[in-house]
Design a protein around this ligand. Structure first.
Ligand code: ZN
Length: 292
């Protein structure tokens, strides 16, 4: 029988709350703004408590502690968001609701959603990259979401800047990283307009695809995923997909003799769950917490 699970996709600007079933059905969904943590959590606890859930799954903005063995598991780490730095997010929600709570990062949640209900269903090794206001990668290895001392911060890998790039890397930490060169704000800084206003400018997307393909090729080499899913606001520019596939192939240059890479159209793909990959990942996080 399908179980009734609460799902909370916790973003820096909004919280998406939903009730889903372990069959992947979303029964109800609502968003509230992310304000200071105490009142925001009180409001969310009240919402979930009124809806008879068996477990909750949270996919949170980062950086956050995802190691269950760490004393600060489920805390938000350093963040400029008022009140949220070092806040015990998981503990507050678990104490307020009294049900098992699963917890991971937002982008790992999206990866899990696609691997459980979407285009990567049945695959144990999957990379999900979100390219929007920032860049992050969720990584599943052997059916488990990848953690270590922290979660992967694969949005900040070093990329080589192309010589004809008229812009700069805008990351405050790095001279030449993926997020600083290819996230939405760097597109706007480089070209003086938002990506959606630049849809017809081929040079914008050729350069953007160049950077995304560099990052994706590195993830393929490091994690050996069976599928790479690209989501986030920037990837709404669908003309990027054929460019990225072509540049990934050029970048790998035939080095990996894998069957999957012979059909890049089904290997490098957009997200498949009508933007519900994150919330459905939360449902699966909650289900796993319930089973554990
Ligand atoms: Zn960086």
């Amino acid at each position: 029988m399908a179980r009734r699970i609460g799902a909370l996709e916790a973003g820096g600007t909004k919280m998406v709350l939903a009730i889903g079933t372990t069959d992947g059905e979303i029964l109800e969904q609502e968003s509230i703004p992310t304000e200071e943590p105490k009142s925001t959590c009180e409001r969310m606890i009240e919402w979930f408590a009124a809806r008879d859930i068996e477990a909750l799954g949270i996919a949170a903005f980062g950086p956050t502690r995802v190691d269950p063995a760490a004393p600060d598991f489920g805390h938000i780490l350093d963040t400029p968001k008022p009140g949220w730095a070092h806040f015990d997010f998981l503990g507050t929600m678990a104490a307020g609701l009294g049900v098992p709570v699963g917890y991971d990062t937002d982008v790992n949640g999206s990866c899990l959603g696609e691997a459980t209900f979407g285009c990567a269903q049945g695959l144990d090794n999957v990379v999900y990259v979100t390219i929007g206001t920032g860049i992050g990668a969720g990584v599943m290895v052997g059916g488990q979401l990848l953690h270590g001392m922290l979660h992967p911060e694969a949005g900040h890998i070093h990329l080589e800047m192309r010589a004809d790039d008229p812009g700069t890397c805008i990351c405050p930490f790095h001279d030449s990283c993926f997020e600083g060169l290819a996230a939405g704000p760097s597109i706007e800084a480089r070209w003086g307009a938002k990506g959606v206003e630049l849809a017809e400018r081929d040079e914008v997307w050729d350069l953007e695809a160049h950077y995304i393909a560099q990052g994706v090729a590195d993830f393929i080499l490091c994690y050996a995923p069976r599928k790479v899913i690209l989501g986030g606001g920037v990837m709404k520019q669908e003309q990027l997909f054929p460019l990225i596939r072509e540049k990934v192939a050029a970048n790998l240059n035939g080095y990996l003799g894998c069957e999957e890479l012979k059909d890049l159209d089904s290997y490098i793909v957009p997200n498949s769950l009508n933007e519900n990959q994150g919330i459905l990942g939360c449902v699966e996080l909650g289900r796993r917490a319930l089973e554990a």
